[in-house]
Ligand binder design. Sequence first.
Ligand code: ADP
Ligand code: MG
Length: 682
Amino acid sequence: MLSTKLGRVLRTTSKHLSLLESIGVQTVDDLLKYFPRAYADTSEYTKILDMRLDETNTVLGTIKSLHTIRTRTGKKLTKAIFQDETGSIEVIWFNQPHLQHYLPRNKEIVLSGKLKMTSGQLVLQSPSYEILNKYQDQVHTGRIVPVYPETEGLSSKWLREKIKPLMDEWAKLYEEYMPKDILKKEKLTDLQTAIKNIHFPESDEQLKKARERLSFDELFMLQLKVLSRKKKWQKAASKEKKAMEIKKDELNKLTDSLSFDLTNAQKRVVTEILEDLEKDYPMHRLLQGDVGSGKTIVAVIAALNAVLNGYQAVIMAPTEILAKQHYKSFLKLLKENSLNIQFISGSTSTSQKEEIIKQLKTGTCDIAIGTHSLIQDKVGFKNLGLAIIDEQHRFGVKQRSKLKEIGKSPHLLSLSATPIPRTLAITVYGDQDLSIIDEMPPGRQKIITRIVPENKRQDAYRWIEDQVLKGRQSFVICPLIDESDFLEVKSVINEYDRLSQHIFPSLEVGLLHGRLKQEEKDEIMNQFKENNTNILVSTSVIEVGIDVPNATIMIIEGSERFGLAQLHQFRGRVGRGEHQSYCFLFTQNSSQESLKRLKSMEKHHSGFKLAEIDLEIRGPGEVYGVRQSGLPDLRMASLTDSELIARARSNAEELLKNDPNLENSKKLLQKFEEIPEVYVKD
Ligand code: ADP
Ligand code: MG
């Protein structure tokens, strides 16, 4: 059995076994699925003549002479002369006298280590070594050599030697579970071959096919998981049957009353949402759109349609300010419809709360807008048809399911201004349908964005002062400090002191950070909104979605520490009024790499485009915080491989369409059930 413990089949020490265990490798299956991190191509060894000083060089050659001496300080020094067809080099190892007997002369050996200059002589210092001939038949099938993730005490060499015989004996136990027609249609390698070739490929082509197969498996299983969960949820909830009609005439009346026309993107997503509302199982849809792309009116249209069908609607936002903003928008946009719209938050008085809850239960309140207060235990609804969650990622899984529960499976629409490339979204939020507003309303100004190097800092400050004297306002975002909330607050206070006392002594400077109480934050934001403060210094907690049209300058300190999507969100705080707006990216000691990344902020103004660039440059883990956003832990597949993700998705969709319970694919079903539920995000 592949689940056989390694201790029973591997001839090795208990130390090695416990090292393996520490990286989660306990069984034969675990070890065979401990995939190489990279491959060394023997044709890519450095020639001795081309070795670079102070860098790690990997060279293939033979040992000409080898001896151990004792230094004056009593250390044992093993010295060798190593040679390839281009030249020779001295090699030294400290305190490893056994090498003198272990390393053969005149056999091919690979050495990998740093080239150093000591007492005027070039020396390859304490390189790792691998004797090629000895294992060539077993391990080095061809010229591509697997390199495993580095773990103290477990060398790639050791792993290769152990995995190879294990593979020969056990790989045949892997049973194919992928349906034949998918294998055929996608031209995928069979499982056994893929597992063998991922460790010991004989050609680049074999390696490529092995990778493709194993990556496909991961992405396919992930899609099966999210899609079948979506089905399950729809089925469980569909008892409630909240199908609505599309009240075209009245909805048109609303859109006609607007001072603008909907963009094509807005029209498209409205249609997608309304078509969902017609179904008798609940919608589960994520609406993504850049800051300012006009998600609110879309939400208003959906809510109105629910109310016109005799249902109630709620809009839940993560903060009081955001909820209040929605409340005002809804009142304004729906003023002709004489609806009962209520606001509820932590600061609502108890008696008023009770009154609103009563109205929700009896059904006299049509639309409730608020914060977490909407999902308190006492709250209930007469007939909730639609729940809208703004900035959905700011709420936990529990809070969302609470809303579903007390609302008795309403249609659910989540809004998000965090741009995530589509391929990543169908992976991470795969159990929701996606609507994307990828077009800004016409006439929006481009926010002029510039990277400001240290030597231009003072000039920038004087320019800002000048702008403030002309009546404008500015945000200053302080660097992200990962280690501690405390340090971050400390640094923002320092920056506040510096700016208010030394740089802008004659201006009003405000300070906002996460350690303040909600009321304090609200007060500070209000002061800024009223233009009683000219410059607001803040940590990155600054509220998403806040609208201060007179603020035209966004300064971001330590900008290289933020992801592009986040920088883009900060930038979205300005450019909301009539005046030309600016975003300045301050950066102290940026590498070329991060300067290049920041440059794309100067060039691009679409959040989706920037998110894609960031995903490519930094990878999904960095960009979205693996744990935080629950990105699946993929070993082989890459979340940037959009083509393979799309293939996995469409195959999973088709399979579930034809065989919803996987009854005709028993082996796949079994495999599917082994995947832990935590593998996918809620
Ligand atoms: P967000 O997607 O960030 O929530 P909002 O819904 O707050 O964006 O919209 C931002 C601003 O754009 C609002 O003032 C809104 O009235 C306006 N707006 C929305 N749609 C359009 C449109 N199609 N044309 C012009 N202005 C629009
Ligand atoms: Mg909004």
